[in-house]
Design a protein around this ligand. Structure first.
Ligand code: ADP
Length: 561
């Protein structure tokens, strides 16, 4: 009845544990992993990362373009404010235009067109370049032709717009493509009906070497940090090259080769140019793939850790539950073990008390039984007390230099009668002249008693008990051998654990607490030695307790094993 109840309780606990682990941990963990995994997959499939990068890159390009335009407009505004009036003398006009040229290197040519025709002044230090000089020389004629025809309408257009009109083109200088952007604007302070125009041409070199690189570096420095430290690279290139191999007009230092990830056709004032951006040394695709890959790996490791944690938890809890079960078995075993000798002692004592036993032989037999049963009780109680001391960390050993042979012989002597009574053949072999050993006498005697008791308990047909004491190198060994039921291989390491009892039916029919061998192990380890077992199921077992020679060290003396 009791057994059945316990089983149900055990089953219920296990079920509850699995249910808790499943519902409270496994399900949410699995859910989380699944959701994350799917999210990563969808990020990968829908190229969300790439799209995000593209969006951001587009924004950067727009910002850059705005900044470049702002700068160009402010340079033009400054120039316009200083522009000569058509009514100035020619030398005054030249002086004013030269002043603007000297103030801003950004302009290549400056032109004033009025009723007298076009006056063109150019950046003096560039006049050494023959192409530049040619442009300078041919400009007045072309402007005169053009503006005489269209000057009026151009003037109207720029007035309507409220800002300059731009003309950009690609010129060839020494087989090199040169970008040119010219701003046509109205000259301030001139009567509306007069056709007077100013033209400021940006110096291609200035754009290439100052304006664009500056704009590029500013953005690069600011934004690379946002991109997880991945350096950005930017390029300015002719718009008509978009989609083909690009020929950079200006580029940031680490641009290298290839097409930009995202590009933007620039509007006025730099029409005809495109601005492109990419990562230095890597691509968005690569970055996205690395990111996703890394996240998959992290997710995988975390999942493994969760699974490992669950397995470990289950393992620990199962172990705790097994110990709890062993403990409850222990309580019932011990109560049983206490009850039987007590009942016998009472029965025989009462019988003797009644004075019904007349023969001395019978009386002696009864006395022996009472003694034997009380000895069993004492042994059991000693075991339990020792065990509780060990558990509480209070077990202390008292080491004395001892004649171990005499100790073993004495202990066996008090058992000899009982052993022979039970029909066992006792074979005792004690090596002569063994050195003295530092031991706790009582503890070693108890270890031996436990081993002998087990040999008696776990033998059925062949009743043999062998006890050997001998020296091997620097160790004294105490062997207890039987030809009993033996121990299965898988049980051999477990029998030294507290409460553990093997599953053999004979073991279950034999009284026991599962404490004896755990005590023996504690005792042997406290002496700096160990206990081993060699056993074949059905053939018997041999327990070997080894004790090192020499003084025990303090750790052992405190009994902490
Ligand atoms: P107990 O004998 O009280 O059960 P022990 O700690 O002394 O506890 O032994 C633990 C288990 O080891 C026993 O239950 C038994 O299964 C096994 N065992 C111990 N000694 C022997 C032996 N000599 N032969 C076979 N099995 C043994």
């Amino acid at each position: 009845m009791t057994l059945k109840k316990r089983k149900i309780l055990g089953g219920f606990n296990r079920y509850r544990l699995l249910l808790t682990l499943g519902v409270a941990v496994l399900l949410p963990a699995a859910g989380l992993i699944f959701v994350n995994f799917n999210q990563l997959r969808s990020l990968e499939r829908d190229k969300v990362l790439e799209a995000t990068f593209h969006r951001e890159f587009n924004e950067y390009l727009a910002i850059s373009e705005k900044q470049a335009a702002k700068k160009a407009y402010s340079m033009l505004d400054e120039a316009r404010a200083l522009y000569p009036s058509p009514d100035d003398s020619t030398s005054e006009k030249e002086r004013k235009l030269d002043l603007i040229l000297s103030k801003c290197e950004c302009f290549g040519h400056l032109t004033l067109f009025d009723e007298k025709g076009a006056l063109v002044r150019s950046q003096p230090k560039l006049m050494n370049d023959k192409y530049f000089r040619k442009e300078h020389d041919s400009s007045p004629e072309s402007y005169n032709l053009w503006f005489k025809l269209e000057g009026k309408s151009l003037l109207e257009q720029t007035r309507k717009k409220g800002r300059p009109i731009f003309y950009s083109s690609w010129l060839k200088r020494d087989d090199v493509d040169v970008y040119s952007s010219a701003a046509i604007f109205s000259v301030p302070g001139v009567a509306k009906d007069r056709v007077v125009l100013g033209v400021a041409t940006f110096d291609s070199n200035y754009l290439k070497e100052h304006l664009f690189p500056q704009m590029i570096e500013e953005l690069r420095a600011k934004k690379s940090a946002d991109q997880g430290g991945n350096p950005l690279a930017m390029v300015v290139f002719p718009s008509d090259a978009e989609g083909y191999e690009i020929k950079p007009f200006a580029a940031s230092s680490g641009y290298g080769h290839g097409k930009p990830e995202v590009s933007r056709k620039l509007d006025e004032p730099f029409h005809g140019l495109s601005l492109g951006i990419k990562f230095q040394g890597t691509s968005i695709k690569e970055l996205g793939e690395t990111w996703i890959h890394r996240n998959f790996i992290i997710l995988g490791i975390l999942s493994l850790m969760i699974i490992g944690g669950l397995v470990l938890t289950k393992h620990i809890v199962s172990k705790e539950m097994a110990v709890a079960k062993l403990k409850s078995d222990f309580v019932s075993n011990v109560s049983h073990e206490l009850r039987t000798p007590l009942a016998l002692i009472r029965l025989y004592a009462e019988t003797l008390e009644l004075g019904r036993i007349t023969t001395q032989d019978k009386k002696d037999q009864y006395y022996r039984i009472i003694r034997k049963e009380s000895e069993r009780l004492t042994a059991l109680i000693n075991n339990i007390l020792d065990f509780s001391r060990i558990e509480a960390g209070r077990k202390e050993y008292e080491f004395r230099e001892t004649d171990i042979a005499e100790l073993v012989r004495n202990t066996l002597d008090s058992y000899r009668y009982q052993v022979e009574q039970q029909g066992f053949a006792l074979e005792e072999s004690i090596e002569p002249d063994l050195p003295r050993v530092w031991v706790d006498r009582e503890a070693i005697a108890r270890a031996l008693v436990n081993l002998v008791n087990n040999a008696l308990k776990y033998s059925n047909h062949e009743k043999f008990l062998g006890v050997k004491l001998y020296k091997e190198q620097s160790v004294v060994k105490l062997e207890v051998e039987d030809h009993g039921i033996g121990i299965e291989r898988r049980d051999q390491s477990k029998i030294f654990e507290k409460f553990y009892r093997a599953g053999d039916p004979l073991v279950h029919n034999t009284k026991g607490s599962g404490l004896g061998l755990s005590l023996v192990r504690h005792i042997s380890q406290a002496h700096g030695g160990d206990i081993e077992v060699e056993s074949t199921p059905g053939r018997g077992s041999r327990f070997i307790l080894s004790l090192p020679l020499g003084t025990p060290n303090l750790v052992h003396a405190e009994g902490a094993a």
